[in-house]
Design a protein around this ligand. Structure first.
Ligand code: PMP
Length: 366
């Protein structure tokens, strides 16, 4: 029997939505529901791992990708009481980020097209999360992996990749993710027979992953009530695929893309599009609006997310929420859904966590 979040609901509270994936997520969801009801912890019915659906059915790790929980923001944004703000908690994916969806679809499509086999190495450039997703899936399926990644990504990302056994070529940190793109292109062009160049920036299977999963999940989890969708741009896969699907489901949903405000920024995973190599899958005209967020503002919101919502998220989530808060102030009423691309554990070596919350009560302009 599927785990039912509504059994944990208290009167006057909207029950959280039920993810349909594995027992780990369901246990996590149970604890989130308990958190969301605060001191009035509702513990009925008591559940153990043995009674949670799926506990007796062994699963492949890749079947845990997607169907992430939708979290309700209770405190940040409360100055706009008629706006509901939700976030897809993509850190619940088994590789720890939204990029599990894209990597899995890219690999599946390559398998279908006969482009990938155990004697061909999968190569791509990454700022970390796609690499981790590839590394997890390649390990599970017996593929070799070679990644090109700027050397200044967080130490946690490097350690995770090493743990999965991925081969990593570190590229010039001053050239950022574009330097990694240039190097992988060069390497792949010299080794065409040995590799499958996954090319997440130009591969339609990237955005299609979100068209097939993230978009419908958001629509279903809000019972079709979503009015605004806000997401950061890296490859643009998340924004592009989700936006295309949501607009098909309801053309009135406004979709807002989010970028760093300058070429030199601290928002790992996001790209400053005007100064970057444009991803082939990026279509600027798809966005109804584009917001730029300074690194400091994203850090501030990331810290407040941890301390005021109990949500330990990565800095691109802080940027996405900072943009959502701007949208909330502007619209005054609506249902905003954003994406928290990963959780905060890979960023704990960043210095901003050491600051006091008061340093972070920045004025956010509209
Ligand atoms: N946030 C983080 C932490 C990421 O790793 C990425 C992927 N680079 C993104 C946001 C952006 O996702 P996408 O590539 O789908 O645009």
């Amino acid at each position: 029997m599927p785990f039912e979040a509504k059994k944990f609901a208290v009167p006057g509270r909207r029950p959280l939505d039920t993810p349909t994936r594995g027992r780990y997520a369901e246990a996590q969801l149970a604890s989130q529901v308990a958190t969301s009801v605060g001191r009035r912890l509702v513990a009925e019915p008591t559940r153990t791992f043995e009674t949670i659906a799926g506990a007796h059915n062994p699963v492949d790790v890749t079947t845990l990708v997607g169907n992430t929980p939708l979290l309700r923001l209770r405190n940040l944004g409360r100055e706009c009481p008629a706006v509901e703000i939700y976030a897809k908690a993509e850190g619940f994916n088994p590789g720890g980020s939204v990029k599990d969806r894209a990597a899995l679809n890219i690999i599946r499509e390559a398998e279908r097209a006969g482009l990938l086999s155990p004697d061909r190495v999968l190569v791509d450039s990454t700022s970390g999360n796609t690499g981790i997703a590839y590394a997890m899936i390649c390990a599970a399926r017996g593929y070799r992996l070679k990644l090109f990644m700027p050397s200044n990504v967080s130490v946690e990302r490097k350690r995770i990749l090493h743990a999965y056994g991925a081969e990593v070529v570190y590229t010039d940190p001053m050239e950022g993710s574009d330097g990694a793109i240039r190097q992988v292109r060069e390497w792949a062009s010299h080794h065409p027979e040995e590799c499958f160049y996954a090319n997440q920036y130009d591969n339609p299977a990237n955005w299609q992953a979100h068209y097939l999963t993230t978009g419908p999940e958001i629509f279903a989890q809000t019972q079709g009530r979503v009015t605004h969708f806000v997401a950061g741009l890296g490859t643009s896969g998340t924004f592009t695929g989700t936006t295309r699907r949501l607009k098909e489901l309801n053309p009135f949903i406004r979709c807002i893309s989010v970028q760093p405000d300058s070429p030199f920024h601290g928002l790992e995973g996001l790209k400053h599009m005007p100064s970057a190599i444009p991803p082939g899958i990026y279509e600027p005209r798809l966005a109804d609006e584009n917001l730029t967020i300074p690194t400091e503002e994203a850090y501030a919101v990331t810290l407040r997310l941890a301390r005021e919502e109990g949500m330990l998220m990565g800095v691109s989530s802080g940027a996405a929420l900072a943009a959502s808060l701007r949208v909330a102030r502007k619209i005054g009423e609506g249902v905003i859904v954003t994406i928290f691309c990963d959780s905060g554990d890979k960023y704990l070596s960043e210095r901003f966590w050491e600051r006091e919350i008061d340093d972070h009560r920045l004025e956010v302009s509209g």
